[in-house]
Ligand binder design. Sequence first.
Ligand code: KIV
Ligand code: ZN
Length: 385
Amino acid sequence: MDNRVQIFDTTLRDGEQVPGCRLDTENKVLIAQELELLGVDIIEAGFPISSPGDFESVSEICKVIKNASVCALSRAVEKDIEVAAQSLKLAVKPRIHTGIGTSDQHVFTKIKTTREDILERSRQAVAYAKKFVEDVEFYAEDAGRTDNEFLAKVIEGVIAVGATVVNIPDTTGYCLPEEYGQKIKFLRENVKGIHNVVISTHCHNDLGLSTANSIAGIQNGARQIECTINGIGERAGNTSLEEVVMIMKKHNWMTFETGINTKRLSGISRLVSEKMNMPVQPNKAIVGSNAFAHSSGIHQDGVIKNRDNYEIIDPEEVGVNESSIILTARSGRAALNYKIEKLGVTLSKEELESIYQEFLTVADNQGIVGESALKKLLSDHLVSN
Ligand code: KIV
Ligand code: ZN
């Protein structure tokens, strides 16, 4: 089986559903261009029937994107599919993403219908979308909570009418990694035609498991991951693009490959955060401001001796210039000396010892001792001694 994993970015669709994250067309086009430079395979550009603005954004994105597929979302409704197709008219590689809820929860209490009707509507939607584009992805909404036997029937039905990609969303972020992985395995073993299509993961983060679930998915045969920059998305968000990509890169024994230029991760994270007005939590993996910052004495000493003691990623690999040593009251002499030497000053052992005691007092009062406070400490100390 080919181990190339397609990266399907839905920052501009699922990500943009977040309250307060709305983007205008100009910014959506800008982000789409950056996503293409990053190397994503598919850009889900929007849900064109939802508003004239979203329709326009998808159309404009189609005009500038040359290598990636551009995807538009629709429900399993003819009018949605027609509008999605219309918005994709100028795309070099258009994809329609259509689907319907398949869990009993959705079938009986949201759509208020029967399983038979869902089977019929899913097949009809894919067959209808195929009239407009070759590349049709089907999503089984709430697949995470869908009975596997029924899910297999739905997926077999849509493959029979031409689906090229089958998306198995854990819409509510409910699954455990093993459970989600087994679901993908079950489909691979029980659905006729499954080996001719790409299986996609689409995991939400309600229990903080979206990244683990996506990885479990590809370990069991999925070959597309749907994700967003900084993990933004409905409620607790979607799978973070930067996390799954770096997991595959770091655990290269799994031999999965993506087309992502990881050096662009930090830049695109900042761009999305700024344009969407969504701050990134400092301790966010890969792209948080503390992801390569060390503040405790034991860690700082280890990193100064050899970065690999406490870092599994070279910051340059993800576009961060260097690791940082943050001076706080938890820092030790090694870190203080390291920072002082960076300022071009060499101290004797005794000088370092006496300045260290003053440093601790300042750090207890200030929290972080930045460069100017350190310079002041040094000049006060050198004057008084
Ligand atoms: O979470 C979900 O199920 C979705 C679908 C529309 C793919 O976002
Ligand atoms: Zn979603």
